[in-house]
Design a protein around this ligand. Sequence first.
Ligand SMILES: Nc1ncnc2c1ncn2[C@@H]1O[C@H](COP(=O)(O)OP(=O)(O)O)[C@@H](O)[C@H]1O
Ligand SMILES: [Mg+2]
Length: 309
Amino acid sequence: MTDNPEGRRGSDDRRQAPTDGPVAPNTPIRRPSDDLRVRAAIRNELATDRPIEPGELPALVNERTAENVIALDHVSLAFDEPILSDVSFTALAGETIVVAGESGTGKSTILKLLLRLLVPDKGTVFIDDEEITELNFPDALKVRQKMGMVFQGAALFDSMTVFENIAYPLREHTTLDEDEIEARVREKLSFVDLDPDRVMEQLPSDLSGGMRKRVGVARGMANNPKIMLYDEPTSGLDPLTTATITHLIIKLQRELAVTSVVVTHDIRSAFRMASKIAVLAEKRIVFFGTPEEMSASDDKYLRDFLGGF
Ligand SMILES: Nc1ncnc2c1ncn2[C@@H]1O[C@H](COP(=O)(O)OP(=O)(O)O)[C@@H](O)[C@H]1O
Ligand SMILES: [Mg+2]
């Protein structure tokens, strides 16, 4: 894969795991919790709805050893007019990349490029170091199986029960038998903090908006994907439900080491859950880095962008 300066920009020694080398006798030992407190404090400046506890932060990824799971490399795409122009970013294994930007800037388009529902005019998309841009349809489908998608809105099948909604991708794409499917559906519902016995036979219309969203996440993760993609997962939700969904995304990262791309215009939840934030504006990525780096930046566009919240 070509070297990607955009994606690597902003590496920061504070985020590296401590080295294993010998430690001089009088060198103070850096406790990881020191950094966690600093990180939590910085993120709290913007994510003000409820204080972030250090234990709720996304887990750190070692930039020196983690593999590249997702990369957009100098991607350009136009419909009637140019939408994306020379866009590059990478997601290392276990990272949550939040793509933030105003409406119409091409955020959903980026997810479609990752799913190979769209092909760029220029540039390349890599999933697991495999160039997906040139794949034929069956191979593209295979790559898509590595990804779970949580669509904007809940996008559940209204006439199917919660059980059938989550079982659907399992029936389509796996050879699991009925008992295994039921076990998997129960496991995923429990993961998203829904009681399987209470909700499995309900219809989406019986559920609150936040519960539907959680079912959407359970369905997205049904196949145990390595990658999760979320399109505006918190839009239209009240602050409490927004916090619940944000924490669920962090839980997938912390407990299952899933690599995620989350598209949102909600900068507050971005500050909570992101390993790195990519800010999309004027067809380009105008910032790519950690929330801590973002809050320290004196770039005028970013200050205005953050000042609006
Ligand atoms: N299939 C398409 N054909 C033509 N224009 C499109 C298509 N999909 C998206 N667009 C346009 O591309 C721009 C970016 O869309 P989108 O990625 O959905 O933005 P966002 O998700 O950031 O709101 C918008 O101006 C939209 O109208
Ligand atoms: Mg969109």
